[in-house]
Design a protein around this ligand. Structure first.
Ligand SMILES: [Zn+2]
Length: 411
């Protein structure tokens, strides 16, 4: 496709330069960049200060707000809205790095364009009790859950082949509905000492490096979760579709950079998490686990259905992590109390819960992007007719989300 230059292109370049500039002050901010190397060299030479970045971003935002786009292609309006919201989040992050304080919900709105729901303690207590009803033994539900999980750990020497099989299946299922970019590929690395459990580092040219944290024993559910969330049809596919459809086909340079603390992350994590359900809808996961992954992991296939009955309930505790983060980051509970809350209501082991509090320190309200992102993506797709009964429409809407500029408040 030939690209027609747009007045937005110049502003898009400014946006990329601002993201790279903020990256000088926040090592986690630039999650990926595969645009012109000269821009990065310019920024490195200039070393703009945080106040400079804030002023420039505000000027860009004012300019963008004064622009109206016309024409038949609705993508141009999505592009403008995306740039406006990304720049406004960049200003908030720059202010935060200069000492501005945001309450949890304020920060979520400023950076991710959403207001997370709040759940009372009893909500989680009820789900925990229901899970307890499925778990044998004595002790707290968390202790019994820990004991239960022990029977579903992939032996370390089998992790590689189990992951390979899950990735292969995720790819096959995604490729049946999406035209994956030619030559797309990724490598998997096993790492330790990270506050996250998996990470996709997008390198451009349809290539990713996926890192898996092996600090803790890996239970069988992690194979499909990781294959789909980080790989197919999650982050790897999302990034490579944006590259092909927007950065290359349309020449939209703003998609050559990915600002981590920005609204784009809610779409990225939301589509990655929902990608698990896209690849393995409804009851399709258990037969694959039972017939393929459990045998590869040396686990008893007869227990697959039981494992995923418990797993589905545990998923409903995801928002307990948001509450722990909210209370901890706002200072109403200590780190130890946050870890205890995570053990009680998210059923994390004590050491895993402590690791999670370090994730809160580093990524703060980013935690909402996973569960709220997933729910918003699912609701948006289903509201438009992409229900489980209509898989063709579901995939079409999902593909559109992966290859167009979106902001969370417009989902
Ligand atoms: Zn992710």
């Amino acid at each position: 496709m030939t690209t027609t230059p747009s007045p937005l292109d110049r502003h898009a370049e400014q946006y990329v330069r601002l993201v790279l500039s903020l990256g000088l002050h926040d090592a986690d901010y630039v999650d990926a960049f595969y645009g012109p190397a000269q821009w990065q060299a310019d920024i490195a030479a200039e070393q703009p200060s945080l106040p400079d970045i804030t002023v420039r971003a505000q000027t860009l935002l004012d300019t963008l707000r004064g622009i109206s786009v016309a024409g038949p292609d609705p993508m141009n309006l999505l592009r403008l809205h995306y740039l406006v919201r990304q720049v406004s989040a960049l200003i908030s992050r720059a202010r935060q790095l200069q000492g501005a304080h945001y309450a949890f919900d304020e920060e979520a709105l400023a950076l991710y364009d959403v207001t997370p729901p709040t759940y009372p303690e009893e909500h989680f207590a009820d789900v925990v009790e229901e899970i307890g009803g499925l778990l044998p033994g004595s002790g707290t539900v968390q202790e019994r859950f820990e004991e239960f999980k022990h029977h579903f750990i992939i032996p370390p020497d089998r992790v590689g082949r189990v992951f390979d099989a899950a990735i292969e299946e995720g790819r096959k299922r995604s490729a049946a509905h999406l035209t994956l970019p030619q030559g797309e590929t990724f490598s998997v690395e096993f790492v330790t000492g990270k506050p996250w459990s998996g990470y996709n580092w997008y390198k451009g040219n349809a290539t990713s490096v996926i890192q898996v944290n092996v600090d803790f024993p890996i239970t069988i559910d992690r194979a499909v979760d990781l294959a789909c969330h980080e790989g197919y049809p999650g982050h790897h596919v999302y990034n490579s579709m944006l590259e092909r459809e927007l950065a290359q086909s349309r020449g939209w340079k703003e998609f050559t950079v990915y600002a981590l603390f920005s609204p784009q992350s809610l779409i990225a994590e939301g589509t990655a998490n929902f990608g698990i359900e896209m690849a393995f809808p409804g009851q399709e996961r258990v037969p694959f686990e039972r017939d393929v992954l459990f045998p590869l992991a040396g686990l008893d296939p007869a227990h697959a259905a039981y494992y995923y009955r418990v797993h589905a309930l545990v998923q409903r505790l995801a928002y307990a992590g948001n509450e722990a983060a909210r209370r901890y980051l706002e200072g109403s509970i200590t780190r130890t109390e946050a870890a205890a809350w995570l053990a009680q209501y998210a059923l994390m082991s004590p050491d895993r819960a402590m690791q999670r509090t370090h994730f809160f320190d580093k990524y703060r309200t980013y935690v909402i992007n996973y569960n709220l992102g997933q729910d918003l993506v699912q609701r948006s797709i289903e509201r438009q007719g992409g229900t489980p009964e209509n898989p063709e429409r579901r995939w079409k809407l999902f593909a559109a989300l992966l290859s167009s500029p979106r902001i969370p408040s417009a989902l």
